[in-house]
Design a protein around this ligand. Structure first.
Ligand SMILES: NC(=O)c1ccc[n+]([C@@H]2O[C@H](COP(=O)([O-])OP(=O)(O)OC[C@H]3O[C@@H](n4cnc5c(N)ncnc54)[C@H](OP(=O)(O)O)[C@@H]3O)[C@@H](O)[C@H]2O)c1
Length: 309
């Protein structure tokens, strides 16, 4: 089997596709045939060495974090019902490989009937982070939130979760993504490629900014227009607030298996929609990561594996 390997900090174009042996099955292990992995900013930041502080790694590593696939073998201590079942999961040791051995039961979730595996895979590093942001924000129904980076994988889920919670959303994104942001439930769309001053009059009342773009300059501009609105960021570990009384919090972490089950249920019922920007074969990982950086986001780019099976 082949895996996508990072063995330097030279960035996207230094990635390698190399043969790799799968570790032997353990009693708690589950062998998954990979079908999809999400292409995430986290991977590119690791490849360029920008996450050395937050995520120290010993090279070489297999790239990637989340996966969707089919269970092909289970260890003695795992449920045999999982066999041939579609699953999604987190694989901190690297998910961009044709097969993987998942060994920590809470990090593997069966996908219910009626949910496509591609859609379910976008929950890993997308819907889960949006869910975390909503919980940490402590926003209430009727309040107003402004989201930066709204057309990305996390943002497209967050807008929908906020709508379900009756929270008003002002979404900031590129003008080419205006219709998408409206469709998802944003009540107002502010496009960052036009003057923000004209779009956000001083009368605009915002209870919270949720930052998914990670641009200090954009946050500075928003503070100038909106005042000392508290900022919760998933994208910036630190930010020097422009106003002394302005609260800034960085949020990172995991959600519980029951939260994933709830998100999967919403996909099954159609109350949440997965936004898939593009699917590319895993052999085109460099192209996929360049697209992540260079195109305006519309949800998640997925790598595909074993599609002929
Ligand atoms: N803390 C955590 O637990 C956690 C978990 C998951 C993700 N994250 C972080 O959350 C952020 C969003 O993740 P994602 O997967 O949704 O990323 P994504 O799909 O790449 O989306 C990023 C969004 O930010 C926008 N953006 C980037 N730079 C901008 C700028 N200078 N001005 C305006 N908009 C800008 C992009 O707009 P365009 O596409 O128009 O350029 C895009 O809509 C990332 O920083 C990621 O690392 C954190």
């Amino acid at each position: 089997m082949q895996a996508i390997i990072q063995d330097s900090y030279q960035g996207i174009d230094a990635l390698k596709l190399l043969p790799r042996a799968l570790p032997a099955l353990t009693p708690l292990g589950v062998r998954v045939e990979t079908r999809y992995t999400p292409v995430m900013p986290y991977d590119v930041l690791t490849e360029t060495g920008q996450l050395k502080q937050q995520r120290p790694v010993r090279l070489p590593i297999v790239v990637g974090y989340g996966f969707g696939g089919i269970v092909r073998e289970v260890g003695q201590l795992r449920h045999t019902q999982l066999l041939n079942h579609a699953v999604i999961g987190v694989h901190p040791a690297g998910s961009h490989q044709e097969q993987l051995l998942s060994t920590f039961p809470p990090l593997l979730l069966p996908v219910p009937e009626g949910v496509s595996l591609a859609a379910a895979t976008t929950l890993i590093g997308g819907g889960d982070a949006a869910y975390l942001a909503l919980k940490k924000s402590r926003l209430h129904a009727g309040e107003t939130v402004l989201i930066t980076g709204a057309s990305g994988s996390v943002g497209t889920y967050l807008i929908q979760l906020l709508r379900l919670a009756d929270i008003h959303t002002i979404a900031v994104g590129h003008s080419s993504r205006r219709d998408l942001l409206r469709h998802l439930g944003a009540e107002q769309v502010v496009v960052y490629d036009q003057s923000l001053t004209a779009q956000l009059p001083s009368s605009t009342a915002v209870n919270q900014v949720i930052d998914l773009a990670g641009s200090p300059q954009l946050l500075d501009q928003l503070t100038e227009l909106l005042g000392a609105v508290p900022i919760l960021s998933l994208a910036l570990p630190t930010y020097h607030a422009r106003l002394p009384q302005q609260a800034f919090t960085f949020v990172s972490g995991a959600i519980m298996p029951k939260d994933y089950r709830w998100l999967l249920q919403q996909l099954a019922q159609g109350t949440l929609q997965a936004m898939i920007q593009e699917r590319l074969p895993f052999t085109a990982v460099k192209l996929a990561q360049h697209r992540l950086q260079e195109q305006h986001a519309a949800g998640r780019i997925l790598l595909t594996y074993n599609q002929e099976a």
